[in-house]
Ligand binder design. Structure first.
Ligand code: Y12
Ligand code: CO
Length: 173
């Protein structure tokens, strides 16, 4: 399966993803292809809508203390639901669909999430730190929300300005 990353301002990213009902080969092929494009793009998290599949699917590969990502640490979440949230944390986020732009975003510090794995088994994770932030960022994608949608009016303006300048530079080079 050949996938491409959908980039802002593509309207596809605004789509709400639908629940997965079939845990079949098609889903497994999508998950495998998402893993490859995420790793090839130096990402740590990816939602299916970012590769134009409006399904409630996301993957996460959080680096270890040495900054290395291991296949065995890959987390695949199907139909995730946050069942508990507490605290507040701020992290400078980036997104493969909004390349070259990073901003501080406020999220819950700790969360509990119920989800299904690729076989449809029910799972639960309780987490904080980078994994918690990454899950919340990817779950926003399932609702058609980008991290830039969470910026204040002035920061959003700053983003639009930087984005327009980057586009102009692209066309000139
Ligand atoms: C914390 C905050 C946000 C997330 C969501 C997952 N985000 C990413 O995986 C972002 C990856 C990313 C990679 C980039 O490429 C390189 O660094 C080579 C990048 O830079 C460019 O596109 C130029 C931007 C974002 C998880 C945890
Ligand atoms: Co993103």
């Amino acid at each position: 399966m050949k996938l491409n990353i959908v980039e802002y301002p593509d309207r596809k990213l605004k789509e709400k993803s639908v629940a997965v009902e079939l845990f079949n080969e098609e889903l497994h092929n999508l998950l495998d292809a998402m893993y490859h494009i995420m790793m090839d793009s130096n990402g740590i998290g990816l939602a299916a809508i970012q590769v134009a599949h409006a399904k409630r699917v996301l993957i996460l590969s959080i680096p270890d203390e040495e900054g290395e990502q291991h296949k065995e640490d890959l987390i695949e979440m199907i139909n995730p639901v946050i069942t508990y949230k507490s605290g507040e944390s701020v992290y400078q986020e980036g997104c493969l669909s909004v390349p070259s732009f990073y901003e501080d975003i406020v999220r819950f510090e700790s969360i509990s999430v119920n989800y299904q794995d690729r076989e449809g088994n029910t799972k639960k994770i309780e987490t904080d730190g980078l994994l918690s932030i990454a899950i919340q960022h990817e779950m926003d994608h399932l609702e058609g929300i980008l991290f830039i949608d969470k910026l204040s009016y002035s920061r959003r303006k700053k983003f639009e300005k930087e984005y327009k300048r980057a586009q102009k530079e692209k066309t000139l080079s």
